[in-house]
Design a protein. Sequence first.
Length: 202
Amino acid sequence: MKNKGLLLVVSGPSGAGKGTVCKALMEQHPEVCMSVSATTRKPRPGEADGVNYYFLEEEQFRSMIENHEFIEWACFCQNYYGTPRKKVEELLEAGKDVILEIEVQGAIQVKSKFPEAVFIFVMPPSMEELEKRLTGRGTEAPEVVAERLETARWECSNIEKYNYILINDEVSLAAERFAAIIQTEKMRIERNGMWIQENLKK
Ligand code: ADP
Ligand code: 5GP
């Protein structure tokens, strides 16, 4: 029998570099999986349906809520976002580590359903740098950038609900730290019940 995979919840203010750091981690560790969320946000140039997100109309999203198809869902800056349940549960059962890159309201819901999950908060080296990155990404209109920066303050006030802070100063360093968190979490006694059972209790 296999241990279940780790559920890794990654949050942080918009523009901190969550997506960039997760991508860098997965280049080094292709065995780690990333959950594809559903959203009512419109695709950005270069984003593909089923790859970056499942892009849904609000009605489709609401019907998934009613059918209990989400592990968690939330409204963030006027759009809905949610984690489809089935795929994540299958991957964890198969022993795969799964990343949920989600905002804070969703992370709080995951914590109540999966208390064994690992909660990581990504921060830029400074709040000035956050604004630079979010503006520099060039994907949102100025009023949306302003709304996301305002929301960032509330998100950061929840940092103590998380287990780890991951400063994203340099992408490669942040990805290494992320890998170190995964490695450390896998050594926790409570995650090694199977090994202990097979080797110490026979
Ligand atoms: P998030 O997923 O947290 O919203 P992104 O991964 O989209 O953030 O990153 C926001 C912007 O900042 C992108 O343009 C990205 O290329 C840039 N970025 C990410 N990490 C760094 C870093 N360590 N140094 C400089 N720029 C970065
Ligand atoms: P973006 O529009 O920049 O892709 O995402 C906006 C915010 O929504 C980010 O903080 C991102 O982590 C979060 N997000 C993405 N997918 C989900 C999800 O499935 N659930 C929740 N709660 N938040 C999500």
